[in-house]
Design a protein around this ligand. Structure first.
Ligand code: NAP
Ligand code: ZN
Ligand code: ZN
Length: 348
């Protein structure tokens, strides 16, 4: 089936209309009529070739929410009419220890990333959610709970799980002091989720204008990273910082906010290697770590958690024709707090 999409034709070129061919619905597949697709900063990094190895034309989009319109003969998890989501991968090797443990995001075989990747055959390119339909194996699709509207649910498929997973792994909760660095798509979900888990939350931002929003979203404290006095006063005070910053910045000052045994978990993926001094680590036995999205089981748990707590993402819905302008605004930290494409506009 040929479907309407938007693609980046080459590195750094503006996105333009494109047609992709979706496979026939196989016995284990579902067909999703995509309603909304979130814009993740990773879409921009890849289409602007900031990470290397990009495949063009590229149809980005890995925050996909829609309605199931067909199911294969073996499908038990979904029925026609259900709300379903797709995140950053649509298949994995299914055989490695990580896949078997439900940690498909750390698959050491071939992980089939939703776009800018190849199918299990390692040849056919994958195309993402800036398109009207997607066919996906039921085991790699998520149920979107009733009570979560599809537009505010879409960003949870990447931004939500990318923050939920490390917050769970490092035991954010009552009695823990958590810093979230950067109030963008990922960061605003981090503030909401860490607050809902019961942690004491500090938003660390380079944007002076974001304090009111940070507090409204659930932050107990706001730290402006350029305020040297406030940064010094907060030294050694945090247990965990989840760093969502997309740009190349020095980590020594924010790392010094961590107390004894504190961890900075990197989720932001800037272009250049990170820089941190050895003294910053040894001084308080601090650690630096990383985390990559989440597995299918944990992503479902996160969606159910958000529905239970009554929140999704704070979104600005746009037509696909506005995507290039929206991408520039994301790069300028001018998004409140996730752009979501209304996929109906692809048929305009
Ligand atoms: P985003 O909406 O652009 O948010 C990034 C935030 O970083 C900005 O809002 C800004 O927050 C801060 N920032 C930007 N430039 C900065 C600078 N020069 N100095 C200091 N802070 C700066 O992006 P996103 O979609 O949340 O994605 C964030 C990063 O995570 C991207 O690199 C993306 O590729 C990566 N990512 C990783 C995973 C994973 O699994 N590990 C998953 C998804 C995305 P303030 O204005 O508050 O400072
Ligand atoms: Zn993403
Ligand atoms: Zn695997």
């Amino acid at each position: 089936m040929d479907v309407n999409a938007y693609a980046a034709p080459a590195a750094g070129a503006p996105l333009a209309p494109f047609t992709v061919r979706r496979r026939e619905v196989g016995p284990d597949d579902i067909l999703i009529d995509i309603k909304f697709a979130g814009i993740c900063h990773s879409d921009i990094h890849q289409a602007r070739e900031e990470w290397g190895g990009a495949i063009f034309p590229m149809v980005p989009g890995h925050e996909i929410a829609g309605v199931v319109t067909a199911v294969g003969s073996n499908v038990t998890k979904f029925s026609v009419g259900d709300h379903a989501g797709v995140g950053c991968f649509v298949d994995s090797c299914r055989e490695c220890d990580n896949c078997k443990a439900g940690l498909e995001q750390y698959c050491v075989g071939h992980m089939v990333v939703t776009y800018n990747s190849t199918e299990a055959d390692k040849v056919s390119p994958t195309y993402g959610g800036y398109s009207t339909h997607i066919v996906v194996d039921q085991g790699y699709a998520l149920r979107i709970p009733d009570g979560l509207a599809l537009d505010i649910a879409a960003p949870l498929l990447c931004a939500g799980i990318t923050l939920y997973s490390p917050l769970r792994h490092w035991n954010a909760g009552p009695g823990t002091k958590v810093g979230i660095m950067g109030l963008g798509g990922l960061g605003h979900m981090g503030v909401k989720i860490a607050h809902a888990m019961g942690a004491d939350v500090t938003l660390i931002s380079h944007s002076p204008g974001k304090e009111d929003d940070a507090r409204r979203l659930g932050a107990d404290h706001f730290l402006l990273s350029s305020d040297k006095a406030a940064m010094s006063a907060a030294r050694n005070s945090m247990d965990l910082i989840v760093n969502t910053v997309s740009a190349d910045i020095d980590l020594n000052r924010p790392m010094s906010l961590l107390g004894l045994n504190g961890t900075m978990c990197i989720v932001g993926l800037p272009e250049k290697p990170l820089s941190v001094g050895a003294f910053t680590l040894t001084g308080q036995r601090r650690s630096i770590a990383g985390s990559n999205i989440g597995g299918i089981r944990e992503t479902q748990e996160m969606l159910d958690f958000c529905a239970e707590h009554g929140f999704g993402s704070d979104v600005e819905v746009i037509a696909v024709q506005q995507v290039n302008e929206a991408w520039d605004r994301v790069v300028n930290s001018d998004v409140r707090y996730r752009f979501v494409i209304d996929i109906a506009s692809l048929n305009d």
